[in-house]
Design a protein around this ligand. Structure first.
Ligand SMILES: CSC[C@@H](O)[C@@H](O)C(=O)COP(=O)(O)O
Ligand SMILES: [Zn+2]
Length: 377
């Protein structure tokens, strides 16, 4: 075998080009930039590119920002046999995960160890714990952030997500060895067929795209969103409309199940639906016509009043908290009432619900001043 520095020089033409867009050059340039973004620190993370009949892969355990084209492995796309193998190096441990993305039609896959990605997985885990739920098969979800428009709708779905669409990125559990992530990555891809990314708990994220430019810009958009999400959480701002008194959703199943809180339906405004909701249509102020987040005037005034009362030491706070528990399932939920007497009782119940909701909001966002309505997305 013709050899120079342990490399089979007969395959050098596969990685030798003056074209900066050649995958062997591009992987090196991208990883240098990714290093400066904190995405491939300390040899972690990496990138792989498909071009024509070849897959270009970085070596394992090297400083990714210092790689040279001659360090790049080349694999036959169809057989997955190496057609260029720097013998003193090993191919990236991420290779089977990159291949999983290419099986789905991706042209480039980027793996980052971005701290924002890691923190998002921790925040979703914490929210699950706080809600007494398992974080298995969990998912990061966010909506109404402009940068979501940088993520495509899904494979075979033309166009990008819209501002009002919800971005969902599944999270898989980390394993001791990178390659052992492959099965759970594939399962997450199957569960979320529209996703272009999978987060790995306490580790990072895999993002892929139809080509290098798309994989890169999608990784940038996601990293921006992950960072924003972490900052939002530290400010007590919700990621989604449902995320009020319940914390972050974990699974797609949870979202469906949580349309009710133990049987009490949630209205469109993201709070437990009350029997009074049925009266809103009748009194001429349909929730549809009201701006989201803006409370009905009369109830709002009462709510403000009650919230102020709730702030009195030792008074409504504990009572309200009991009521929150009730709303979340013990004995709560709206009671069916009919007739005039019933409507009187209903009014009292609306008042109690308003108190409870005001208190629930206060306990969730401790920094918000009492009496001010919670900002909804
Ligand atoms: C800091 S070591 C990180 C690795 O274990 C792995 O997570 C990784 O992303 C890079 O693997 P590598 O085999 O060097 O391409
Ligand atoms: Zn990694």
């Amino acid at each position: 075998m013709a050899s120079k520095n342990n490399i089979d020089v007969r395959s050098d033409h596969l990685i030798t080009s003056t074209d900066p867009e050649h995958p062997a050059n591009l992987i090196c340039t991208l990883c240098r930039n990714f290093y400066n973004l904190g995405w491939v620190t300390g040899t972690g993370g990496g990138t792989s590119i498909v071009k024509n009949s070849h897959i270009f892969i970085a070596p394992s355990g090297v400083q990714k920002e210092l790689m040279q084209p001659e360090n790049i492995f080349v694999m036959d796309r169809r057989t997955h046999a190496y057609v260029r193998k720097p013998t003193s190096l090993k191919p990236s441990a991420c290779t089977p995960l990159f291949l999983a993305a290419f099986e789905k039609g991706a042209g480039c896959c980027i793996h980052t160890h971005s701290q924002w990605a890691v923190l998002v997985t921790l925040l979703v885990e914490k929210a699950a714990e706080q809600n007494g739920k398992s974080s298995a098969n969990s998912c990061f979800e966010i909506e109404m952030i402009e940068q979501i428009k940088g993520i495509p709708k899904g494979k075979n779905k033309p166009g990008m997500l819209g501002y009002f669409d919800r971005l969902r990125v599944p999270i898989i559990e980390n394993t001791a060895h990178e390659e052992d992530l492959t099965q759970s990555l594939e399962e997450a891809m199957a569960r979320y067929p529209d996703t272009y990314a999978v987060l790995v708990r306490r580790h990072g994220v895999y993002v892929w795209g139809d080509d290098v430019a798309k994989a890169k810009t999608q990784t940038e958009s996601l990293d921006y969103i992950f960072r924003l999400a972490v900052e939002m959480r530290t400010l007590g701002l919700p990621w989604t409309k449902e995320e009020t008194s319940q914390g972050t959703k974990n699974t797609q199943e949870d979202i469906t199940l949580d349309q009710t809180i133990n049987g009490t339906p949630i209205s469109k405004r993201g709070r437990p639906k009350r029997s009074s909701d049925n009266l809103e249509e009748a009194d001429g102020e349909s929730p549809k016509r009201r701006k989201p987040g803006r409370a009905k005037k009369s109830l709002q005034a009462e709510g403000d009043n009650k919230s102020n009362q709730a702030n009195q030491p030792g008074s409504l706070r504990s009572e309200g908290q009991n009521r929150v528990t009730a709303l979340n399932g013990e004995k709560g939920g709206a009671t069916q009432v009919t007739g005039k007497k019933g409507q009187g009782r209903l009014k009292q119940e609306i008042d109690r619900d308003d108190e409870a909701l005001a208190l629930a909001n206060m306990t969730q966002v401790g920094r918000r001043r009492p009496g001010r309505p919670r900002k909804t997305l």
